[in-house]
Write a new protein. Structure first.
Length: 427
């Protein structure tokens, strides 16, 4: 078997499946999560800047560097552990193995990230979260803490992974600028399972925030979409109006079609990404295998009430935009057909007019040819008579008879000559 040549990417692709292991997080404690994204053209951003930010952070703690071109990294920074990942549009930092503080969700919790380092990052924050991890299975204690830490109206809480843990959060941004989550682990729950749940919470929050960018795009497009839709309806009505100028209507429709196609192209990536992020959020929640906690809303219930309507709005707007583009294209095709038919009728009329003119020209040509025969014959006959005058005097033929004979012959010859010339020219 050692003689079999491996594909150049065999090991790289296989190792990729194991490159992003779940963190191992002990309880009690807390974890900090940060997701950064450039404000514009995130997918085409300079990945070198992402790596530069990571290296600046690692250097602050004297931590080892990842390999060049890495898209993920895990390692110690000081007394804590760091997990860094680079994604299509954003990068994430998760710091865990942080000792639990007496004051939950303290304002200075994020001070582990140096302030000057945060200020030096070129990307902007898309979300950040503080995850509090406790060891308790007491229902009353969990309820009391959840009601104290979160906004009751938005609180989502559920049992997960066969009731070994309880997770809670309200998906609100607190006064410190972070989203709060809490994980209550049972005594038998190991650190790996806690790490998986914390990772899922971070992913749900991140992909939820990224998916909501699609809603922002839709809201920015909505006013212009309404204007274009009204204009499109108006132009469609004008197509049925007597006296409308198809050429003018077609030009206006082509402008609208171009604008709609441009919007479809500009929004295609964001709408596609939103659809993908929505699917990931749903999948991550499904993996948690939620169960009800004291009849309160679960994470799935929260997303169904708050998140899903926003995603349906995005889908509806995407379909509306594509439908408008198709309508404009169909209207343009109809108008183009109408213009072509009218132009064909105009061309037919023009051809008929040209036929009439050609027929008239032919008649004029025949008339001119007849006059030409007369004129040429006149001059030719005079020349012939001068040349043959001595012959007439010798022969004694009367002048009138001789002239008549010459004229007849000359006219016949001129006519035959012009006829031959015309035949040659019309071949």
């Amino acid at each position: 078997m050692s003689s079999i040549a491996d594909h150049p990417l065999r090991y790289e692709l296989s190792n990729e499946l194991h490159a992003r292991p779940f963190p191992t997080i002990s309880a009690p404690g807390q974890a900090l999560f940060l997701a950064l994204k450039p404000a514009a053209n995130a997918a085409g951003r300079d990945r070198g800047a992402d790596m530069a930010d990571l290296l600046r952070l690692l250097d602050r703690f004297g931590a080892p560097h990842p390999r060049a071109g890495a898209t993920h990294y895990s390692g110690p920074i000081g007394k804590h552990m760091l997990k860094w990942e680079s994604h299509t549009e954003f990068v994430t930092y998760t710091i865990f193995d942080i000792a639990r503080t007496d004051r939950p969700f303290a304002d200075d919790a994020f001070d582990i990230f140096p302030k000057d380092w945060l200020a030096g990052c070129e990307a902007t924050r898309i979300t950040s979260a503080v995850i509090r991890i406790e060891r308790t299975q007491d229902t009353g204690e969990i309820l009391a803490r959840a009601e104290d830490w979160f906004v009751p109206e938005s609180l989502a809480i559920s049992r997960v992974l066969e009731d070994e843990l309880v997770i809670a959060g309200d998906f609100r941004i607190d006064h410190s600028g972070h989203t709060r989550f809490a994980v209550f682990a049972g005594d038998t729950c190991d650190d790996r399972r806690i790490g998986r749940v914390v990772q899922r919470l971070c992913e749900i929050e991140t992909y939820k925030s990224m998916a909501m960018l699609g809603l922002a795009r839709v809201r920015a497009l909505a006013p212009r979409m309404a204007q274009v839709e009204d204009k499109l309806a108006s132009l469609s009505a004008d197509m049925l109006r007597d006296g409308a100028r198809p050429d003018d209507l077609l030009q206006q429709l082509l402008v609208i079609s171009a604008e709609l196609e441009n919007e479809v192209a500009q929004s295609a990536f964001r709408f596609g990404a939103t659809e993908a992020y929505e699917a990931i959020v749903s999948q991550r929640i499904t993996i948690l295998r939620e169960g009800s906690f004291e009849g309160m809303q679960t994470f799935r219930d929260f997303m169904t009430r708050r998140f899903d309507p926003a995603m349906r709005t995005v889908t509806s707007s995407r379909n509306r935009l594509e439908s408008m583009s198709n309508r404009a294209m169909r209207a343009s095709n109809l108008l183009r057909t109408r213009v072509d038919v009218e132009r064909s009728a105009q061309n037919q009329s023009l051809l008929e007019s040209m036929d009439r003119r050609a027929d008239l020209q032919l008649r004029l040509q025949h008339t001119v040819e007849g006059l030409s025969v007369v004129a040429i014959s006149y001059y030719a006959a005079n020349l012939v008579l001068y040349v043959l005058a001595p012959l007439r005097e010798v022969s004694g033929i009367p002048k009138a008879v001789f002239t008549a004979a010459v004229v007849l012959v000359v006219v016949a010859l001129v006519w035959l000559t012009l006829r031959q010339v015309r035949k040659r020219l019309t071949r």
